[in-house]
Design a protein around this ligand. Structure first.
Ligand SMILES: [Fe+2]
Ligand SMILES: [Fe+2]
Length: 187
């Protein structure tokens, strides 16, 4: 499936603001690919599809996961943003014909990151956070600059901010984000 076809399908499936966000992530990911000498087409595809599982409520997303046989541990069920990432990686393959494992993993890990990420995983993780449509939050300007100057440091700060946000919201501790932060703060 080419980018244009995927784009049209997504525009029908996602809410307008979610669709606009995916466009921002797609072009931000492409810019970062240019900066780091990464394959631009892969970055565009991963950025465009990263939220393809983000429609309906988290409950509906969890129900779809069950229907498609995607396993979610109890801990994962607690971390709502994780569910659409798992569903998205599944749908990218099943509905958008993406076979490229690098792209599928970039979608799978876009909300939590993971230790020792691939270049594409780092690009999508950060592009999701810094795309131009994101509303200004503390630390965002710094992460935007670092994303183009020191990508590992950018990932570290991004995970740190996400953890602080979860804590502030009294949300369950997301162990994968914690592991991501630990790995990149020691790098
Ligand atoms: Fe997402
Ligand atoms: Fe996103």
């Amino acid at each position: 499936m080419d980018l244009e076809t995927i784009n049209k399908k997504l525009e029908k499936k996602l809410k307008p603001e979610r669709y606009r966000h995916t466009q921002g992530v797609m072009y931000t990911a492409a810019s970062m690919a240019m900066r780091y000498g990464y394959d631009i087409q892969e970055a565009l595809t991963a950025g465009l599809l990263h939220d393809c599982g983000k429609f309906g409520t988290p409950k509906e997303q969890a129900r779809l996961c069950k229907k498609y046989g995607i396993t979610l541990s109890d801990a994962e069920m607690e971390v709502l943003p994780l569910i659409h990432a798992k569903l998205g990686a599944y749908l990218a393959k099943a509905e958008y014909e993406v076979e490229n494992e690098r792209i599928l993993n970039a979608i799978l890990y876009h909300t939590t990151g993971r230790p020792d990420m691939t270049m594409l995983e780092k690009i999508v993780y950060l592009a999701d956070y810094i795309e131009p449509g994101r509303k200004m939050i503390p630390g965002l300007s710094e992460i935007r600059t670092l994303a183009f100057t020191d990508i590992d440091q950018a990932v570290c700060l991004c995970a740190k901010n996400t953890l602080a946000y979860l804590k502030w919201q009294a949300r369950p501790v997301d162990t994968m984000t914690a592991k991501t932060y630990e790995f990149y703060s020691n790098k």
